[in-house]
Design a protein around this ligand. Sequence first.
Ligand SMILES: Cc1cc2nc3c(=O)[nH]c(=O)nc-3n(C[C@H](O)[C@H](O)[C@H](O)COP(=O)(O)OP(=O)(O)OC[C@H]3O[C@@H](n4cnc5c(N)ncnc54)[C@H](O)[C@@H]3O)c2cc1C
Length: 485
Amino acid sequence: MAQDKNPDNTVARSVRASGDDPNPRGVYNGRETVNRRDRPDLGVVSEPARAVPVFAETDVLVVGGGPAGVTAAVAAARLGARVILAERYNHLGGLSTGGLVVWIDRMSGWGGEHLIQGMAAEMLDRLPSDAIRGPKRADWGSRDEALVSQWAPRHTAFHGTVTWAPMIDPEWLKIVALNMVEDSGVELLLHSWVTAPLVEDGKATGAILESKQGRMAVRAKVVVDTTGDGDMFAQAGEDFDGDAESDDIHHCANTASLMGGVDVPRWLQFRAQDPDGFREFMRGGRTETSHFILPMAGWRDDTVVFMGPRFSGFNVLKVDDLTALEILSRKSIVELLDYFRRRAPGFEDAWIMLTAPQLGARHSRRLAGRDVMTGTGTKSGVILPDEIGVSPSLSPNLPEVSVPYGALLPLKTDNLLVAGRHISTDSQTHTFMREIPQCWLTGHAAGAAAALSANSGVAPRDLDIGDLQSALTKQGAFVRANQTS
Ligand SMILES: Cc1cc2nc3c(=O)[nH]c(=O)nc-3n(C[C@H](O)[C@H](O)[C@H](O)COP(=O)(O)OP(=O)(O)OC[C@H]3O[C@@H](n4cnc5c(N)ncnc54)[C@H](O)[C@@H]3O)c2cc1C
């Protein structure tokens, strides 16, 4: 089992990308060495043992308030469990808000079926109409050329098909997530960095968190790790993988940025109607900036998001690497602002609205769980008996993907569940199971399972899968195995 592999600790490269890349044929010219400290071994210090006050007791402790954490907490609370949700930053939504990943890619099947429903759908339904931009329900799955050419530049039509992959306003998604958490009775702890799980006799019994108040313990019957980086399961002693290809987009990290003051329709018109000018613009970008990337049209006609430039060769679990990524990302966006203002129609008055408060880590640890979702398995089209939801496939010639409960279950630690981008998959499957809708889906399932477990005293691994599927269906999730049983 590989752990925290970092194939290249000294060289940062921006890379040619695919998958969630807005510019599949984008060209990147950066190749530079980042001066990171070669840290000598300075020995250790010993901390005195200390008693840690118990701050709270609860049924379910959800660690991390990103997409998976929010749906987990809400699902558990709606099933009657007492829930604490702990988040290290000052807002909910994780990378979907603080990381400025405002493109919610993708909840519909290629025939337009609404696959990822439940809490994911509720979250989007609760956004005000001017905080979300995407095709109307009747158009999902359409292959109408006019509709496809309307939505393709806005990243909502692929392979000649209109899909449900809207752009959202991150500030409103924070508010919607907060409202859902509050309405369902979840006890929210912001500014709380959870530093270690509590594990007794092979069972998770809570966690230690650090805040301005100091070090505190929360006792819980079930812990849900939705940190994205497996902070809880790694420290609980679970095995994990970290073997994404170093040159692959899924290994890359960066801090995203929003630009305001843009005339987006004019920019899109330039791209569509002036191929020679656009080619020249691209050529200039590659030579005049260190790390060239194109933006994505945002949810408003005056806003774009730069989801990159992406950098590879970094380990997002290391503080020196995180620091280097922040510096590189911010220097790059200043260069891009200058170039786009000078050369991109529609960007003359552009300004940097926000560099993301949360660094964008696509991949760090992946749980080695009871079931591992693999490329072969997900392409088989088999409906798994422990299905907890259905993910769209990557292309129209692949079947929809049955997501198993076993991918959320650690092998060793009882009363611990895992949801979000670090669930148990191979590196290939991680490429789409890490997307926001899929994280909403697995969070929803983990939260429901945690509540059923806490309410009944049955360990998560021993839960009756039919009971879990029924609970999920009652909460609006789309689960096929349940429909046939
Ligand atoms: C640049 C970039 C572009 C992407 N593009 C897309 C895209 O276009 N569409 C798409 O759908 N997906 C995209 N993704 C993927 C997607 O954003 C993430 O995989 C998804 O947000 C993961 O959700 P999560 O809940 O698992 O984790 P996260 O979103 O990472 O949330 C984890 C939360 O836990 C908190 N946390 C972590 N550790 C602790 C701790 N120890 N104590 C307390 N709190 C903690 C964090 O602060 C965070 O709020 C992209 C990702 C990146 C980085």
